[in-house]
Design a protein around this ligand. Structure first.
Ligand SMILES: Cc1ncc(COP(=O)(O)O)c(C=O)c1O
Length: 385
């Protein structure tokens, strides 16, 4: 069981970072649930001293995700937010960051309410327009932080174009690849320096773990992130590392089904008389459909639709039976949410309006159930509004 050179994506997902356990031959990397390691003599050990610093289960996941994203090294954290926080420690007081205006609400909260206190400056722009990124760059800009597709209005940023702008100005490009997953989009191949994920979502895929990962390419970034992971200590637990490692084995087949269900629901909703708008990059009327086609290997399972009024959106959310009303996304079961009052409640109303997020929108994270069962559920919920 050895990963051949040039192995293709699904093979890498299943095997990278993992070897049979040398003691037993166990094909699955064990959960090394230990806080410390016995040393043979003073100064003589097996490379493991203390489990905040090194853990073999976490190391296997980190090697797996570095390979999947096409990076050089990866660092696993206790949540997606902890991973994003770790990336920002590459910055120093006075540094400026250009951020996708429609970034995840928790990312905006971290940047705006926590990191500004330490002298970091953030400009929020529509990164789907590269010229707005160019215009926002300052001599002090050290990082461009992009999310694509965005949540929940599904805007797409041209990763290669924004990487070129960032690099011309001596800044790093960070891509939050949570929504697409590396099965659909590999930002490092397009020019990104760092990729972050909430592994909570598609990488784990089963709605039973919270975690985050930073994938890095530059040697100076790798050395610093390794230091920070140990120094600040927000590490991913051995059990959560094992869960995500199990999740990535099925990433390719899960994403194929998420894509198929995403398209089926987007097409169904587009033709429904009570739906005024559907936001999904796989629809030919999506303003960046051509870019999505070029940049992504599938359009994913996330879509948003508008039913005209807040009351109708509430009614649809309350009447769905198979689809669960819940925050989060990327699991095998379909979830719906009302972004304005749930995931994006902490985003001020005027910012929500500026990014085109209305009170009458419902977001779907299409799971991998039979598409017809999902369509039947939407049909009965929409019949009531
Ligand atoms: C795009 C994106 N990035 C980051 C996060 C934060 O991840 P976590 O909830 O694992 O901290 C989320 C959570 O929803 C997200 O959707």
């Amino acid at each position: 069981m050895k990963l051949p050179p040039g192995a293709r994506f699904s093979t890498v997902c299943i095997h990278a970072g993992q070897v049979p356990d040398p003691g037993t031959g166990a094909i699955i990397t064990p959960i090394f649930q230990t806080s410390t390691y016995v040393q043979e003599a003073l100064g003589r050990h097996k490379g493991y001293e203390y489990a905040r610093t090194q853990n073999p289960t976490r190391a296997a996941l980190e090697q797996n995700l570095a390979a999947i994203e096409g990076g050089t090294a990866a660092f696993a954290f206790a949540s997606g937010m902890a991973a994003i926080d770790a990336v920002t420690t590459l910055l120093a007081a006075g540094d400026h960051v250009v951020v996708t205006d429609n970034t995840y609400g928790g990312t905006f909260r971290l940047f705006d309410k926590v990191l500004r206190k330490y002298g970091l400056e953030f400009s929020y722009v529509d990164t789907s327009e590269p010229q707005l990124v160019e215009a926002a760059m300052r001599p002090s800009t050290r990082m461009v932080f992009v999310e694509t597709p965005t949540n929940p209005v599904m805007r797409i940023t041209d990763i290669g174009a924004v990487a070129a702008i960032a690099h011309r100005h001596g800044a790093r490009l960070v891509v939050d690849n949570t929504f697409a997953s590396p099965a659909l989009q590999q930002p490092i191949a397009l020019g990104a320096d760092l990729v972050v994920h909430s592994t909570t979502k598609y990488l784990n895929g089963h709605s039973d773990s919270i975690g985050g990962i930073v994938v890095a390419t530059r040697h100076d970034d790798i050395a610093w992130l390794q230091f920070v992971q140990n120094a600040a200590g927000a590490i991913l637990s051995p059990f959560d590392s094992w869960l995500v490692l199990r999740g990535t084995k099925t990433l390719t087949v899960r994403m194929a089904q998420h894509n198929a269900n995403g398209i089926a629901l987007a097409e169904f909703l587009s033709s429904h008389p009570k739906v005024t708008q559907v936001l999904y990059p796989g629809l030919s009327n999506h303003p960046q459909h051509a870019l999505a086609r070029r940049q992504m290997r599938g359009f994913g399972g996330m879509l948003t639709f508008d039913v005209g009024t807040f009351d109708a959106a509430r009614e649809v959310c309350n009447r769905l039976r198979l689809m669960a009303l819940a925050e989060s996304l990327g699991g095998v079961e379909t979830l719906v949410c009302h972004p304005a009052s749930m995931t994006h409640a902490s985003v001020p109303p005027e910012r929500r309006q500026a990014i085109g997020l209305t009170d009458s929108m419902v977001r779907i994270s299409a799971g991998i159930e039979d598409a017809q069962d999902l369509i039947d559920d939407l049909t009965q919920a929409l019949a009531a509004v």
